[in-house]
Unconditional design. Structure first.
Length: 101
């Protein structure tokens, strides 16, 4: 399976999951494969990390700076851990990197 096909499947999976979550299409009753589950966890961890970085940019209260820095560090470590775990399981996450960039 080529890299382009992997990207296409990742985008389709992401879009169908998103549309199901907001109620536009019915949720699928089937379980996700372990690879898809790991892919989704890595994607969500990356989103959490990006949200933490974005939130830091809008902090105006000095008391919240420490909390925000902690949140950035923990979300980054979670993302890195899941990314490493996916690589150890030989799960292709290069398509995820292409979607993120």
């Amino acid at each position: 399976m080529g890299n382009r096909q992997i990207k296409k499947e990742a985008v389709i999976h992401f879009c169908s999951t998103l549309l199901a979550k907001i109620g536009i299409i019915p949720k699928q009753e089937t379980e996700l494969s372990p690879e898809d589950k790991t892919f989704q966890e890595v994607w969500q961890a990356h989103q959490e990390w990006q949200n933490a970085l974005n939130n830091f940019n809008f902090i105006s209260e000095p008391d919240l700076i420490d909390y925000s820095v902690y949140n950035i560090e923990t979300s980054m470590k979670k993302y890195m851990f899941l990314l490493k775990q996916a690589k150890e399981q030989n799960i292709c996450v290069s398509s995820l990197k292409d979607l993120i960039e």
